[in-house]
Design a protein around this ligand. Structure first.
Ligand code: FAD
Ligand code: NAD
Length: 524
């Protein structure tokens, strides 16, 4: 679960850094899979030796438990005895030991902040850190409107402990009503606000609105005074940075207050300090893309406004043998752009995923068994890619291995339809066999329709008769492929696929003289 990055590669145009190496899975002993761990935690065995008691842990006490055979780790103020988990950790014991006897929150956030450790390590919970040692108490970073305070005006409470660079960017909110509607207005004080930065969920009389402002997240979270229809209209004034949520009243009552504040209401915290929020989406369709990969179409609930930006991913969550398991997936468009048809990107309620089913995998076989009309939980988007990276790019080189193709779909569509400068877009697509190539016909069709686009397939396990390129990612393949057509062309190279593929690819590109600014690597 905790894998410390041992090599970092800067993501262009982003403060975030992506860690690649050191995240490979280590071979686990037989009987030590995630499924085995879940079974052990459900067996009723006392894993902490505390017989279900929870204790308050001081920093000194935590530090004493720093050995493989006695290892405690603190994550977000809660202390876990991870000794029994050691042999089950996919990243290996050594990675886990990096946080032994200490606060592993940062390490955990760098790599796996999405892993549902509360559920995975529930039976390992020892207790809570004694307050003195809890580095960032929630109430300091998540100020709340005091209980009973009426929500007439949502000016953000001043908090000197907040570490945002300029206090001028702290959003505030207000609301007004008409006979049939309620409008909540959030002043983000942010230029270039856009609908992708706004996530709204209106369910069971509760409104949760999250707005991303730079690396921070502003949350509006209230239990509404009266009933409204479960639909929310989101309006964004991009230039002035105003966001409006328009709700429709069920009855023409006059509201005195918007409602009661819920957890973290009116708070403004670093995005990485905000837990992921999930909503249940309906499976609308499931189609075969290849023998083992399917295109899933999910529908957002009517009360949700959520748009996944190009190159970002979400987490899907399922309960498997009583444990909540989450895995990241990158939404794709329903198809690639063609001369005649732009992708159905205008439909904001459907989200498409291209997902490979691994028969021995934990998550995908259960996902594959999901029936049309059934539901699955989907998180807010995450990612460190921004379309600003494509701005002014003249030549775009995409390197994809297997389902590492998924972030390339929306990126290609975006670049080919929105860029004024793009002259060349080339995809080198690495697969094992011809049968594994995703959307082959669409890719070939696109290269016929759009003179800027070129596709090259490379197979690592070709069957007899394959006349195309063979092998795995290599310096010689890349030196032929990533060639500027003009010596001063502005280029961007994007890479995604198995970890070893990305690590090798980045190394080859660096050896070929490409700067880190010219390379973007898609990771979680
Ligand atoms: P797992 O249980 O993880 O197993 C996968 C394979 O690895 C199986 O063959 C299994 O036998 C083997 N394995 C498991 N554990 C070990 C071990 N310890 N040692 C050796 N082998 C092992 N996938 C997509 O299909 N589409 C996407 O759009 C997509 N987007 C992603 C976006 C991001 C940011 C990331 C990081 C990953 C993405 N993935 C995507 C991959 C996805 O998150 C899952 O990893 C994948 O679906 C496998 O999940 P699983 O639980 O079914 O398989
Ligand atoms: P796969 O095993 O079918 O391999 C596809 C190709 O990748 C191979 O033909 C080979 O050319 C190359 N490759 C595989 N292993 C390699 C290695 N050890 N060294 C060098 N090259 C190698 O691929 P798959 O099963 O479709 O897996 C796709 C991977 O992409 C998964 O690991 C998934 O997590 C990752 N992925 C990441 C993101 C993201 O981070 N945004 C999105 C989608 C998929």
């Amino acid at each position: 679960m905790l894998n410390a990055p041992s090599q970092e590669f800067p993501a262009p145009g982003s403060q975030q850094r992506v860690a690649l190496a050191g995240r490979s899975k280590v071979p686990l002993k037989p009987g030590r899979s995630l499924m085995d761990w879940i079974r052990l935690t459900k067996s009723g065995k006392d894993l902490t030796g505390l017989k279900g008691r929870l204790i308050e842990v001081t920093e000194e006490e935590l530090a004493k438990h720093n050995k493989k055979e006695d290892c405690w780790i603190c994550i977000r103020g809660l202390v876990y005895d991870v000794t029994p988990y050691m042999e089950y950790h996919p990243g290996g014991e050594d990675e886990l030991m990096k946080a032994a006897g200490s606060d592993g929150t940062d390490l955990f956030d760098q790599v796996h902040r999405w892993v549902n450790y509360e559920s995975m390590l529930k039976e390992c919970l020892v207790g809570r850190m004694a307050l003195k040692a809890f580095a960032a108490p929630l109430k300091e970073i998540c100020p709340r409107v005091p209980e009973g305070n009426e929500l007439l005006n949502g000016t953000f409470p001043k908090n000197e402990n907040l570490d945002y660079s300029s206090k001028d960017i702290v959003p505030s909110y207000d609301w007004f009503q008409k006979d049939d509607s309620i409008t909540v207005v959030i002043y983000t004080k942010q230029k270039n606000m856009n609908p992708e930065l706004v996530i709204a969920d209106l369910h069971s009389g509760k409104l949760r609105g999250e707005i991303i402002v730079k690396d921070y997240s502003y949350l509006l979270h209230v239990e509404l005074s009266f009933e409204v229809h479960e639909e929310v209209i989101v309006q964004v004034s991009e230039k002035v940075g105003k966001v409006e949520f328009v709700l429709t009243k069920r009855e023409p009552l006059s509201w005195k207050t918007l409602g009661q504040p819920l957890e973290s209401h009116n708070s403004f915290v670093k995005c990485t300090d905000r837990g992921l929020c999930y909503r249940k989406c309906k499976l609308l369709s499931k189609e075969n893309v290849t023998h083992d990969t399917r295109l899933f179409c999910l529908m957002l609930p009517p009360g949700t406004h959520l748009q996944v930006p190009v190159g970002h991913h979400v987490y899907l969550k399922q309960t498997i043998t009583d444990a909540e398991i989450v895995k990241p997936y990158t939404p794709v468009a329903s198809s690639l752009v063609s001369k005649f048809k732009s992708p159905s990107c205008c439909d904001k309620t459907h989200i498409f995923f291209m997902i490979k089913i691994y028969p021995s995998g934990l998550f995908t076989p259960v996902l594959d068994a999901l029936q049309i009309g059934e539901y699955i939980s989907l998180s807010n988007p995450e990612g460190n890619f921004t379309t600003l990276q494509v701005e002014e790019v003249e030549e775009l080189f995409l390197l994809a291995g297997g389902t590492g193709f998924t972030p390339m779909v929306k990126l290609l569509n975006y670049a080919l339809t929105s860029s004024n400068t793009l002259r060349v877009a080339k995809l080198m697509f690495f697969n094992k066999t011809e049968d594994d190539i995703l959307w082959r016909r669409q890719l070939e069709q696109l290269s016929l329709n759009d003179a800027r686009f070129d596709i090259q397939f490379v197979l690592s396990e070709p069957k007899e008769g394959w006349l195309g390129k063979q092998g795995r990612i290599s310096s010689s393949l890349l030196s032929q492929f990533v060639k500027r057509s003009k010596c001063d062309s502005k280029i961007l190279i994007c890479i995604c696929g198995p970890l070893a593929f990305m690590e090798q690819g980045i190394q080859f590109l660096q050896d070929l003289g490409h700067s880190s600014k010219e390379i973007h690597c898609f990771t979680a």
